[in-house]
Design a binder for this molecule. Structure first.
Ligand SMILES: [Zn+2]
Length: 545
C-alpha cells in the first residue's frame, strides 16, 4: 500500500545534498519511498496510491523525546487530571479527586496529579484537610507537577506510616501547619518513596492487557504532541514487560527506546528483552544516577547553594564506583546513560567515561555513552565532553518552567546553565527531551524555549545560548535519533527511513518564536499509520502494509 502526501511544506531535516524543502512525500510499506518536488514524487507512486493533500500544512520528521518517563505519564493519566486550566483552584481539585475516587478500585490509592501551588487561585499547596474533605475514608494522593512534592490525605499518611512529631527524613521534608502537625505535603525523598510504592503496587495489580493499555494511553499522550519516538529514561522489569506486552499486541503508538535502571540489568539479560524487540521497542541502554536535581537543589556542585536546602548537593556514587559500573555495562555492550546535573557530578562522570573509553581502546565513543540533563556543564567540562565524544540529552523546556528557580540557586552562573549554543559550537551532539512528567512532554515548547530561553518571570537565562529554530529542531530530530542509535531509521525524512512524520498548522522555522509552543499538531504518523489526528486528514487504519 502507498500513501502520497501532497501540497505540503515539508522540512526534511536531511543533511548534505538531500537537505531542503520538499512538497510531496511517498510512503510505501511503512517507509519513505520518495520525498521532493511534486512531479517526481507523484511519478514514483503507483496508480492505487492513496493521495492526501495537506493544503500547505507543514510536515516535519516525527519529533523525538530523548529523555522522558513514558510509563509515569501513562500511570498518572489514569488518575485525576489536576493541571491548569482544568483545575484552577482547590475546590476544582477536590471535585476531580471525588470523581477519581468513584472509579478507583478498592485497595488502590485515589490519585491526582499536575497541580502547581503558585498557579492555584489560593496560591498555596492543598493540605491533608483539603484532601480529607474530598476523600475522607480511604488513602488519596495528589502529586505536584514536578514530581518533587505531593499531598497525602489523613488515611494515606497513616498508611505510609507518617505521624505528627516525626522529624524530617534525610533528603526530604514534611510540610507542617502552625502547630507543627504534618499538613500532608511531602517533599523529595518521602515523595519519591510514595510514588514508587504506589506505581509498582498498582502496576502489579493490573492484568497484562491493562498494563499494555496503560502504555498505549501513555504513547497516545506523546503522539498528540507530535512525538513519534521516545527514550524512557527509567525502565524497570515491570514497565519493560508492560511495554513488551503492548508491542506484542501492536498497540504501542510510538517507538520506545528503554534506558534500563542499572540494578535491573541482570534481570534484563535473563528476560530475553535486551536489544531490538521490534521496530517499536528496544532496550539496549543502562541508566545510572550520579546526583540529584537542579530544581530541588540536590545536584552535586562545587561550592554551595545560596538557597535552601543549602549544601553542595548529593553525589550518589564515588568516581571509582561510577567508573566500575560504567565499565562493567560498557563491557557487556550497553550504551551507558548517566544522570548528572551539577558540575561536581558531571566532572565525576567525565572521569569515569574517560577511563572506560581509554580501556576500550580509545576509539572514540562508539556506544554513544550519554550524560542526561548536564545542566551545569560549564565550558571546561563541555570541552572535555566534546573531546570524549559524549552525547548529551537535555531539556530546554526546563527554562520556562523551572528557570527562575535556577536563577535563584545559581546566581553567578545561571547564564551558563543548559548552554546549548556553546555545547553545539564545541561539537557535542545534544538531543532534545522533556523529562515529562516533570514538565510538559511538548517538544514544541522545548523548541520555543531553546530559542527564547525565557523564564516564567520573563528573565532570559544566557542570551548568548539561544539557538536558531533550525538548530533547536535538529535537537528533537537528528540529534535525538543519534542519541538512541536510530539515525538510519528516524530523525529526518529521506528515502528508506521509517515514515514517521508530524503535520503542523505552521512551521516552527517560520513563525514568530513566541508562537512556536502554540502551533497545532494536526496529525502524527508513525510507520505510515496515523496514530493521532485532530482533523480527519488521513483515512483511519493507515497504509503501513
Ligand atoms: Zn528523568
Amino acid at each position: 500500500m502507498e500513501l502520497l502526501v501532497e501540497d505540503a511544506d515539508i522540512v526534511t531535516m536531511a543533511s548534505g545534498a538531500a537537505a531542503g524543502q520538499a512538497r510531496s512525500l511517498l510512503v510505501r510499506d511503512g517507509r519513505i519511498a520518495a520525498v521532493g518536488p511534486a512531479g517526481p514524487v507523484r511519478a514514483a507512486a503507483g496508480p492505487d496510491a492513496q493521495a492526501v493533500r495537506l493544503a500547505g500544512a507543514t510536515v516535519l520528521p516525527g519529533l523525538i523525546d530523548a529523555h522522558c518517563h513514558v510509563s509515569d505519564v501513562g500511570y498518572l493519566a489514569a488518575g485525576a487530571d489536576c493541571r491548569q486550566p482544568a483545575a484552577p483552584d482547590i475546590p476544582a481539585i477536590q471535585a476531580r479527586l471525588r470523581d477519581a475516587a468513584s472509579r478507583t478500585p478498592p485497595g488502590t490509592w485515589v490519585t491526582g496529579s499536575g497541580y502547581v501551588e503558585y498557579q492555584l487561585r489560593e496560591g498555596r499547596h492543598p493540605t491533608r484537610a483539603d484532601l480529607d474533605a474530598a476523600v475522607p475514608d480511604r488513602p488519596a494522593v495528589l502529586y505536584h507537577t514536578s514530581l518533587h512534592a505531593c499531598v497525602l490525605n489523613s488515611a494515606a499518611l497513616a498508611e505510609a506510616g507518617l505521624a505528627d512529631g516525626q522529624p524530617d527524613p534525610p533528603g526530604g521534608a514534611f510540610g507542617r501547619d502552625a502547630a507543627g502537625r504534618l499538613d500532608g505535603v511531602l517533599y523529595e525523598g518521602p515523595m519519591f518513596a510514595v510514588f514508587e510504592r504506589n506505581f509498582r503496587a498498582d502496576l502489579a495489580r493490573m492484568s497484562a492487557a491493562q498494563q499494555a493499555g496503560l502504555m498505549q494511553v501513555a504513547g497516545q499522550h506523546f503522539a498528540a504532541l507530535g512525538v513519534t519516538a521516545v527514550c524512557d529514561a527509567d525502565v524497570r522489569r515491570d514497565t519493560l514487560t508492560a511495554f513488551a506486552e503492548a508491542d506484542e499486541h501492536g498497540v504501542l503508538p510510538i517507538r520506545v527506546y528503554g534506558l534500563v535502571v542499572h540494578d535491573q540489568v541482570d534481570w534484563l539479560l535473563d528476560s530475553g528483552l535486551r536489544g531490538r524487540h521490534s521496530d517499536w521497542l528496544t532496550a539496549d541502554a543502562v541508566k545510572i544516577w550520579a546526583d540529584g536535581g537542579m530544581s530541588s537543589r540536590t545536584a552535586a556542585i562545587h561550592g554551595s547553594y545560596p538557597v535552601p536546602p543549602y549544601g553542595s548537593g548529593i553525589l550518589s556514587f564515588s568516581r571509582d564506583e561510577l567508573t566500575a559500573m560504567a565499565g562493567d555495562f560498557a563491557a557487556r555492550g550497553f550504551q551507558v546513560c548517566i544522570h548528572a546535573q551539577g558540575d561536581r557530578a558531571i566532572e565525576a562522570v567525565l572521569d569515569a567515561y574517560a577511563a572506560v573509553l581509554a580501556a576500550d581502546g580509545g576509539r572514540g565513543n562508539p556506544r554513544r555513552h550519554r550524560i542526561e540533563h548536564a545542566g551545569a556543564m560549564y565550558p571546561a567540562l563541555a570541552a572535555r565532553a566534546a573531546e570524549l565524544g559524549i552525547v548529551v540529552a537535555s531539556q530546554p523546556g526546563f527554562l520556562s518552567t523551572l528557570g527562575d528557580g535556577f536563577a535563584a540557586a545559581f546566581p553567578e552562573s545561571s547564564d551558563q546553565l543548559y548552554a546549548f549554543a556553546s555545547w553545539r559550537r564545541a561539537g557535542i551532539a545534544v538531543a532534545g527531551s522533556s523529562d515529562a512528567p516533570v514538565i510538559t512532554a511538548s517538544p514544541l515548547t522545548g523548541i520555543r524555549d531553546a530559542v527564547l530561553r525565557r523564564t516564567a518571570a520573563g528573565q532570559v537565562l544566557g542570551p548568548g545560548e539561544r539557538l536558531t529554530a533550525q538548530d533547536a529542531l535538529a535537537m528533537y530530530t537528528r540529534a535525538a535519533a543519534f542519541a538512541m542509535h536510530r539515525e538510519d531509521d528516524i530523525g529526518s525524512l529521506e528515502p528508506g527511513k521509517l515514515a514517521d512524520f508530524v503535520v503542523l498548522d505552521a512551521s516552527p522555522l517560520d513563525v514568530d518564536p513566541e508562537r512556536i509552543g502554540d502551533i497545532e499538531v494536526l496529525a502524527t504518523v508513525v510507520g505510515g499509520t496515523p496514530v493521532y489526528q485532530s482533523t480527519g486528514l488521513f483515512a483511519e487504519g493507515g497504509v503501513n502494509g
